[in-house]
Every structure is written in C-alpha cells, then in structure tokens.
Design a protein around this ligand. Structure first.
Ligand SMILES: NC(=O)C1=CN([C@@H]2O[C@H](COP(=O)(O)OP(=O)(O)OC[C@H]3O[C@@H](n4cnc5c(N)ncnc54)[C@H](OP(=O)(O)O)[C@@H]3O)[C@@H](O)[C@H]2O)C=CC1
Ligand SMILES: O=C(O)CCC(=O)C(=O)O
Ligand SMILES: [Mg+2]
Length: 420
C-alpha cells in the first residue's frame, strides 16, 4: 500500500501528508473553474502547513474530454482511481436531455455507492440575495444519492419494452389508470428501507455531532405512499429505534396526541428544552414555500434523490445562487467521497473565464474538512469571505451588488488567495 493513499481504518480516515487525490476537470465551464480552484487549494494547504502537507493531484478522465481522448465517457480507470484513493473531487459533467448517455454524475455516485449527497447551505455576509433575511437560511441537505427515479429504470413510449411492461401492469395488476397507455413512457421509482435508513442515519448522526436542533424528513408521501411515504415511516422508525433518548420525533408526538394532546405538547416542549434533536417531516411542496417564508425552522434536511435535487438549487438561490453551492457525495461506511458543486456545466459561459468558481472551491474546503485539514478549509472560508466583503466578485454577484468590481473566474481565485 502506497504511503500516499488515503485509507480508512476502523471507520477513521488515515490521511498522509502528501495524499494523491484524483480529480475530474469537468465539461463546459469545468476547465475554467478547475484552473482557478486548484490554485486556491494548493495555496491554502501551503499557507496552512508551510510545505509539510501537499496534495498530489491526479487527473482522471470523464465526460467530453474523456470521450474525445479515449472514446469512453467514463473509463474504468477513473472509477478504479476513485475506489483506490478514497477521496476525490470533480467538476460538472454534461448530461444530454431526452436521450444519449445517462448521467455520468449519477453513475459515479451509484458505482461507488456514495449514498449521501451532502449539500450545506449557508449565507456568507455580503452575498446578494433575493430574500430579506438570507442569514436565517442555514441548512444542510442530506439527499439520498443512489435510488429513486435516478436509478434510470424507464422505457420510452412506443418501444417493445414499454409495451411489455404495460401489458404486465394491466394483466397482472389490473392497472387501468394510465390515461394514454398507447403513448405513455414509463419509469420506475425504487426506494428501499436500507437506502432510507443509511441516509436518515447519516443525517441524524450529523445533526447530533454538529448540535443542530432538528432533522426534517422531506417527502411527497401523501401521493407516493409506498416510496416517499415509506421513506418517512422508515425514517421515523430508524430515529426512534437507533437514537432513542437523543431524539424526539413528530411521530411520537402524533401517537401521544391521539389520546392526550396536552401531554404531547408538553413532551415536545420538554424535548426541545432538554436539547433533544427533533425529528420532524414536511411534504415537499409545502416545504419549498416554507424555506422562503420560515427558513429558521429548518436545519438538517433528509430527503430522496429528486426532491434533494430541486431543494438544493432552490436553497442555493436563497443564499446567493449556485455560484457558491458546494457539495459532497459520501459513503460514510467505506469512506469513499467525491466532492462536487451543486451546479452544472453552465455551457453558455464555457471558456469565457467568467463564472464563479466558489462552488468547487467550497467543495474543496469541505473535502479538507473531511480529511481533517481544517486549517486549510478555514483559510478558504477566510479568503472567500474577505473577497465578498471587498465586493470584488464574479458576474453573478456583481450584477446584484451596487459598487462591486467585476472579476473573472481566474481573478476571483487569485482574490481569494490574496485574502487568505
Ligand atoms: N453534478 C453535475 O455535474 C451537474 C451537472 N449538470 C449538467 O449541467 C448541464 C447544464 O445544466 P443547467 O440546467 O444549464 O444548469 P447549470 O447549473 O449548469 O446552469 C444554470 C445556470 O446557473 C448559473 N450558474 C451555474 N453555474 C454557475 C457558476 N459557477 N457561477 C455562477 N452562476 C452559475 C447560471 O445562471 P445565469 O444564466 O443566471 O448566469 C447558469 O446559466 C446539464 O447537462 C446538466 O445535466 C447539472 C447539475 C449538476
Ligand atoms: O447529472 C446531472 O447531469 C445532473 C445532476 C444534478 O442536477 C445534481 O446532482 O444536482
Ligand atoms: Mg441538480
């Protein structure tokens, strides 16, 4: 075993001083963003550890660059590298709409079983926002990352496959509610108890470790009873079974309130006063208006794949847009993790050295925190905060700030380094 590999022993990451970290540059604006980000990462590590620590970057291919060079969108070598080196980082990869290859981003998450998509959402002082009090929005999304309709089990209208599936549903299950069966495409949404439990467990453990007040299970269980609804039920059951006294759930409240509403109110108030973690739930559509109107009531969010995708961009917009929305895809058991921005390839800006590299830079800060390199992460936060405070920012912030100086993507990276 090379001394430059990050490994995991008894659940604890072992990080050498000069770890090899595989990275994917990314499609579209990925090249611009990566060039700016990697300079920030190296500068933060150098400044934090005076040359005692240094990352050995290892480029691995995926997406358009990979296809052009190898004829393969996601080479086995790339998956092998992420498996071998445990921790990696990536830029965005393009997914065509309505046909063509399936998402390489989703494929990476599924192949490495990176079941938790962790996306922290917080406001940085001075960032322009469409809401009056963006500081009230301080949430961490745990999005299930391997199941749901992202499993890609869908069949196109008019194909023999869809005809077979339709016939099966009609003959075996007497399904007669498909409005236009002859022209319907069909998709299947797998949601498992195991998948739910490991995601909700991660969210609760995170909330307890970081002393957060609540975990909200966000679902559309009124309509999709056995997938989204089961996610809620399994989530509550897991919380009560595995975390016992450390949590109080709205399910416990509801059970008690059936016979004694006053006692239930008191139990909830006591649990809150005692600092227990409150595990609650919200139906997804209502949740999306609540995050605008009452964001302070939400903290850690546990949700399924599609809801998590929508919620990520919606919450990012509240705190200033997806230019500064970082994320991580993690398997907390194997230790495998790939860090990446919430945003996509923003193709219209490709090659213009224009977009905000903040999301990938903050994803790198999350990676350093995951590796235990907190000092390097803190320098990145410091550099970013000071750059925003001096109003020297990329186009996305500049167009919403008065008196700001417009910087290119690369210049914003340099600005962060200057302010570390
Ligand atoms: N994990 C991944 O790799 C992801 C990949 N994708 C893929 O990316 C492609 C493009 O998707 P699309 O729906 O256009 O979404 P994008 O997130 O790529 O872009 C949408 C808009 O968000 C803003 N934006 C995005 N990135 C930045 C940035 N770094 N700085 C500032 N603003 C930014 C821009 O807004 P404005 O126009 O207002 O300037 C942009 O037009 C698709 O193929 C999609 O599948 C999408 C999401 C995640
Ligand atoms: O894989 C893609 O192209 C889109 C993924 C996405 O939007 C996300 O993970 O937030
Ligand atoms: Mg998305």
């Amino acid at each position: 075993m090379s001394e430059n590999k990050i490994t995991i022993q008894n659940g604890v990451l072992q990080v050498p001083n000069t770890p090899v970290i595989p990275f994917i540059e990314g499609d579209g604006t990925g090249a611009d963003i990566w060039a700016a980000s990697v300079r920030v990462f190296d500068a933060a590590v150098e400044k934090a550890y005076n040359g005692k620590k240094k990352i050995q970057w290892k480029e691995v291919l995926a997406g358009e660059k990979s296809f052009n060079q190898t004829g393969n969108w996601l080479p086995t070598e790339t998956l092998d590298a992420f498996r071998e080196y445990l921790v990696g980082i990536k830029g965005p990869l393009t997914t065509p709409v309505g046909g063509g290859i399936r998402s390489l981003n989703v494929a990476l998450r599924q192949e490495l079983d990176l079941y938790a998509c962790l996306r922290p959402v917080r406001w940085f002082e001075g960032v322009p926002s469409p809401v009056k009090e963006p500081n009230l929005c301080d949430m961490v999304i745990f999005r299930e990352n391997t199941e749901d309709i992202y499993a890609g089990i869908e069949y196109m209208a008019g194909t023999p496959e869809v005809a077979k599936l339709l016939a099966f549903l009609q003959n075996e299950f007497k399904v007669n509610k498909i409005r236009f069966p002859e022209s319907s495409s069909l998709g299947i949404k797998p949601v498992s108890k195991e998948g739910t439990e490991r995601l909700v467990r991660s969210a609760i453990e995170y909330a307890l470790t970081h002393k957060k007040p609540s975990v909200t299970i966000v679902h559309k269980g009124n309509i999709m009873k056995f997938t989204e609804g089961a996610f809620k039920t399994w989530g509550y059951e897991l919380a009560e079974r595995e975390f016992g006294d450390k949590v109080y759930t709205w399910n416990q409240y509801d059970q008690l309130a059936k016979t004694d509403k006053a006692a239930a109110d008191k139990a909830l108030a006591d649990a809150t006063k005692e600092g227990k973690l409150i595990v609650k739930d919200s139906i997804a559509d209502a949740f999306l208006q609540q995050i605008l109107l009452r964001p302070a009531e939400y903290s850690v969010i546990a949700t399924l794949n599609l809801n998590g995708d929508y919620i990520s961009d919606a919450l990012a917009a509240i705190v200033g847009g997806i230019g500064i929305a970082p994320g991580a895809n993690i398997n907390y058991v194997s230790g495998h993790a790939i860090f990446e921005a919430t945003h996509g390839t923003a193709p219209k800006y490709a090659g213009l050295d224009k977009v905000n590299p903040g999301s990938v830079i903050l994803s790198g800060a999350m990676m350093f925190e995951y590796m235990g390199w907190q000092e390097a992460a803190d320098l990145i936060y410091k550099g970013l905060e000071a750059s925003i405070a001096s109003k020297r920012v990329t186009y996305d912030f500049e167009r919403l700030m008065s008196g700001a100086t417009l910087l290119k993507c690369s210049e914003f990276g340099s600005e962060i380094i200057k302010n570390m």
